[in-house]
Design a binder for this molecule. Sequence first.
Ligand SMILES: Cc1cc2nc3c(=O)[nH]c(=O)nc-3n(C[C@H](O)[C@H](O)[C@H](O)COP(=O)(O)OP(=O)(O)OC[C@H]3O[C@@H](n4cnc5c(N)ncnc54)[C@H](O)[C@@H]3O)c2cc1C
Length: 298
Amino acid sequence: MVNTEFAVIGGSYAGLSAALQLARARRDVTVVDAGLRRNRFVDEAGGASHGFLSRDGMAPGGIAAEARRQLLRYSTVRWLDGLAEDASQREDGRFGFRVGEERVEAARLVLATGVRDELPPVSGLAERWGRSIFHCPYCHGYELEAGPIGIIAASEMAHHHAVMLSDWGTPTLFLNETYLPSDDELAAFARRGTQVEAARIVRIEGVADVILADGRTLPMNGLFTQPRTHIASPIAVQLGCKVTQGPMGAFIQVDAMQQTSVSNVFACGDAARGAGNLAMAVADGAMAGVAAHRSTML
Ligand SMILES: Cc1cc2nc3c(=O)[nH]c(=O)nc-3n(C[C@H](O)[C@H](O)[C@H](O)COP(=O)(O)OP(=O)(O)OC[C@H]3O[C@@H](n4cnc5c(N)ncnc54)[C@H](O)[C@@H]3O)c2cc1C
C-alpha cells in the first residue's frame, strides 16, 4: 500500500511538470506512468520533436527521459511504472486506485493521462504515423521542405489543414469520400492554393505516396490528417470529473487553475485541453502542480 499526499497519474510532459512543482515545494508526490506517450511513434521512427523552446529537434523520448531524471533527484518523489486503474473517492475525501497489485491512496490527484489518437482507416496510414504522417503542421510541417503535402480528410476538420498548409508547401486535400466542402470552403482553398482530389484513397505507399482508386499515384513529401482523440484513461470519468466535447474529441473540463469539477482533482496536458503540444502540456502541468499545492492551504 502506497500512502501519498499527491498522486500524479501520467508521467510524461504534463505530469512531470506538475510533479516538479510539488517536489520543489518539498511535498510527497507519487508519479504513476504506463509509458505510452502520445508521440512515441516519432521515437520509433527515429524522428524529432519540434516547437518546444530550447528542445527543438530533440527526440521526444529524450526530452521526457531528461525531465524524469531531473525530477527523481528530489527525495520526496516516488515513481511507479504501471497503469493506474479503478479510481474512487473514499468517504473521508481521499482518493484510491490500483497499480497492478499495489493499492495507492492520495489526498490530491493530478490527472495527466494524455489522449489516444483514433486514426482514419486508410491502408498504410497507421504504420507511417509519426514518421511521414502527422496531425500538427507546427510540429512537423517545416521539415517537409516546402514541397507537396497531402491532407487526408477524416472529417470536416480537414478544412483547417486545407487553408493552413500552403504556408508549409503545396497542399492537396484528399477528400477520400469523407468530407464534402461547401462552395465557400472550396473558394477559400483556391485562394490558399490548395488542390482538391475527390478520388478515393486505396492506400499509402513508400514515404507518402497516395494511391488513388482511379489508378493514379500522387507522391507527397508528407501527409496530415485529423485523428479523433480519446482521453487515454477512464479514471477522470470514474471519479465523476466533467468532460467537454471538443471538435477533435472529449477532454477533461478544468478551470484556469487546472482544477476539475471534482474538488482536489486537477488535470493537465492533452487530456485537459482541446488540442495541445509539449509546451502547452508543460505549462498546464506547472499550473496544476502549483494549484494542487496551494489547495492544501485553503
Ligand atoms: C505523431 C505525433 C507527433 C507529435 N509531435 C509533436 C512535436 O513535434 N512537438 C510538440 O510539441 N508536440 C507534438 N505532439 C503532441 C505531443 O505528443 C502531446 O501534446 C504531448 O505528448 C502531451 O503531453 P501529455 O503529458 O499531456 O500526454 P502524453 O505525452 O501522451 O503522456 C501521457 C502519459 O500518461 C500515461 N497514462 C495514461 N493513462 C494512465 C494511467 N491510467 N495510469 C498510468 N499512466 C497513464 C501514458 O502512458 C503516458 O505516458 C505530437 C503528437 C503526435 C501524435
